[in-house]
Design a protein around this ligand. Sequence first.
Ligand code: GLC
Length: 550
Amino acid sequence: MTIDSRLHDDPLWFKDVVIYQLHVKTFFDSNDDGYGDFPGLTQKLDYIQELGVDCIWLLPFYPSPLKDDGYDISDYTAIHPLYGTMQDFRTFIKQAHKRGIRVITELVINHTSDQHKWFQEARKARKGSRKRKWYVWSDDNTKFPDARIIFLDSEKSNWTWDESAQQFYWHRFFHHQPDLNFDNPEVRKAMLRVMRFWLSIGVDGFRLDAIPYLFEREGTNCENLPETHALIKELRRELDKDYKNKLFLAEANQLPGDVIQYFGNSDECHMAYHFPLMPRIFMALHQENAHPIIDIMARTPHIPFDCQWAIFLRNHDELTLEMVTPDERDYMWKAYAAQERMRINLGIKRRLAPLVDNSMKQIELLNSILLSMPGTPIIYYGDEIGMGDNIYLGDRNSVRTPMQWSVDRNGGFSKAQFASLFAPPLMDPIWGYQALNVESQLLDKSSLLHWMKTIISLRQQHQVFGRGSFEFISSSNQKILAYIRSHEDENVLCLANLSRYPQFAELELSKFAGITPVEMFGQSAFHAITEEPYVITFGPHSFYWLLLKR
Ligand code: GLC
């Protein structure tokens, strides 16, 4: 199979891209039914291209009862009719590729919806029969007691009784999402077929949803088991067999030591999210101290050269606090989610801009860290314009409101009747679409959107950000986060003032003595580096990217 000639032929492409994460439902409605759709998304590809990103991660768009925003799939190889047709999807892929934008989709393999025909057949099939064994059943609900409950706010157990089957079935997430039984070779084969189906349509890779939980074994916490890694290796062999330049991205919300197992020996996933880094960036900002970031990076092991971290500030889920200590969690809740309704499970259901009280300086600072730390950055749709959230909406829907395009009706997202929209657009005086939308930010040259375009384009001009090594620089001032990225003959010194007040710092840069740093946004030369500590001053929440070239 040849790759699309408009996309450059490089197996490590995923190291150089900036990813834009979106749900087709929330983006743009082309047929006025209140739901975003693929023709709508295709119309907005120019916007995405102009933003400067070159990879789209699509949230699930398959047929589904939508009780978990589509992560409850009832048919793996079709498009939800609300979002368009298979032809619409093919057109979207073609148009994205034409613009040099790759598309990664979701492979939700841990569980299905209880409406999936596999589950309907399993519950009706004879106990112990082949069909029944597509899922995980038990006569009692006491097995695997060491497996934690993930959706603490909605589920009491990982087992639910099924009347028709007269057995309990196993689920790590919502009770309407039964876990597939990967001990059954038929299930494994079915998943390989699903993967091949989407590859043949042209998707560039898959996010492997909820990947740590595929197997259950007594006496373990049923996470990260050796059987899971063996299965991922099997999927990877299939991925590499007939296709070039494809990607697996592991969603494993675990500590770095466990996550790196998902890279295997470069024979499992190409990328994995760095979940523990994200809350520590917010912690460092609030404490005005670089320590939380330095500490978690010190605990991050090296990864194979052909693998990459995926890093993010916010996404479609709660800002997860699963991978922090109970004290750190209490701190984060107090700092960023003062009201009870801002919290869900072990996390915070708010968007980026409201988390920092709409401070432009802090949004810029956080993005400068996101776009310069080691890994491939992911931007959540709407965060490029500083969209707000609606904490009154249930589940994690607070951060999944319609994209705000203009001051027109429904924020330009849809011409449907307000009551037919999948969710209300934001309408308050600060975050509402009248005050905050793409159209006005395009007109306003000082807007966040323009700033985002500039910083993304700057990153895209320097491979060092995606591929370079990473090293902290010793700073006399704990409020200054300082690190250096290096690749071939390029070194970029990244400095961030986490404090809301002006600061100065002395940096140990003697190995670069003789070099004159050049600030990358404005090309201004700073004072030359000598053997002595490098003295530098900062405005509140300011940052520098300094090119050090001999
Ligand atoms: C992943 C998704 C989340 C979903 C869960 C269960 O964690 O990110 O949105 O609810 O899987 O499918």
